[in-house]
Design a protein around this ligand. Structure first.
Ligand SMILES: [Zn+2]
Length: 133
C-alpha cells in the first residue's frame, strides 16, 4: 500500500482502484530509477501499472544512449563495409556480430520506450480520483 498515491478510476468498470503495491526500481540495483505502482480495482479485479514521473524520465534517458550506440554501431559497420580496401569481399563474421549487438540494443530501446509510453497512457486511461478532504 502506498497512501501517497491517489486512487484511480478503473478503466473497465469506472469504480475506484487502489494502489496495492509500490515497487522501487533501480538500474543494476544501484541507481534509483523511480517506482512502479501496481493498482487493482476492488470491484472488478482489473489490474494495471503506472510509472512514477521520475521513472518515465529515467526510462527515456536510459533508452537514448541505447539508440545512440545502436546508430553508431550501424554507422561504423556501414563505413567499414564500404571503405575498407583490404576487405573488398564484404563483412567478416565479427562484423555481423557487432551489427547483431547494435540491432539488439535498438530492439531493447524500442521495447523499453514502448513500455514507458504504455504506462504513461495508463495514467490517462485510469485518471486519479479526487478524494474529498
Ligand atoms: Zn474495475
Amino acid at each position: 500500500m502506498d497512501p501517497s498515491e491517489p486512487s484511480r478510476r478503473c478503466r473497465r468498470c469506472g469504480k475506484s482502484a487502489e494502489c496495492v503495491e509500490a515497487t522501487r526500481m533501480a538500474i543494476e540495483g544501484i541507481f534509483p530509477s523511480g517506482s512502479i505502482y501496481a493498482y487493482a480495482c476492488s470491484a472488478c479485479g482489473n489490474q494495471f501499472k503506472i510509472d512514477s514521473v521520475y521513472r518515465t524520465i529515467v526510462s527515456v534517458l536510459y533508452t537514448t544512449p541505447l539508440f545512440g550506440l545502436a546508430g553508431l554501431v550501424g554507422w561504423v559497420a556501414f563505413v567499414k563495409y564500404h571503405m575498407d580496401p583490404f576487405n573488398p569481399t564484404g563483412m567478416k563474421q565479427t562484423d555481423w556480430m557487432v551489427l547483431g549487438v547494435g540491432a539488439a540494443m535498438f530492439l531493447v530501446g524500442v521495447v523499453v520506450l514502448a513500455l514507458t509510453l504504455w504506462r504513461v497512457a495508463q495514467r490517462f486511461r485510469n485518471p486519479p480520483i479526487d478524494r474529498p478532504g
